[in-house]
Design a protein around this ligand. Structure first.
Ligand SMILES: [Zn+2]
Ligand SMILES: [Zn+2]
Length: 158
């Protein structure tokens, strides 16, 4: 199932400026300007710092901190009218706030999970980063040295 940002907000989502339409039940997250808000029940996969070129460009950052969340554990709470998606590679959509530019998640519609941008969480998920992936895409100016495993592409067993 493809995420349809407006659908998850229900019939009251019409860009009226109401930022919170119901009480969040899980961990909540938001974009920089605060217009887009979501909640997740939990992180379903380990937190990884992704160094791939597309994450670096999309986030304007050395790496993007990501974690898989099953679709049934993710809900948009507000701001669906402001969400836009960029197809960074065939079949992969990166959803971001069109007002402030914050990237909130990426998805491949055929997969059962979305890939949350963990740095947009406003609550502590408890879990801590477990690995760096796609370090083969690092530019020369980026060096880690933090002791976590680094893999030139995907981690083993993925
Ligand atoms: Zn925003
Ligand atoms: Zn990446």
């Amino acid at each position: 199932m493809t995420i349809r940002p407006d659908a998850a907000l229900g019939s009251t989502a019409s860009g009226t400026g109401t930022r919170e339409r119901r009480q969040a039940l899980g961990l909540t997250g938001s974009c920089l300007c605060g217009v887009v808000r979501y909640e997740v029940d939990r992180l379903d996969r380990p937190i990884a710092h992704c160094h791939c070129r597309t994450c670096r460009k999309a986030h304007a950052s050395a790496f993007a901190t990501t974690a898989g969340v099953l679709r049934e554990h993710f809900r948009w709470l507000a701001g669906g009218d402001w969400l836009r998606a960029f197809k960074s590679s065939p079949g992969k959509q990166r959803w971001f706030c069109s007002t402030c530019g914050t990237h909130l998640l990426a998805e491949r519609p055929a997969q059962p999970h979305v890939v949350l941008r963990v740095a947009t969480l406003d609550d502590d998920p408890g879990a801590r980063p477990a690995m760096h992936i796609w370090t083969s895409h690092d530019p020369p100016w980026l060096r880690d040295g933090d002791g976590m495993p680094c893999y030139p592409e995907w981690q083993p067993g993925r």
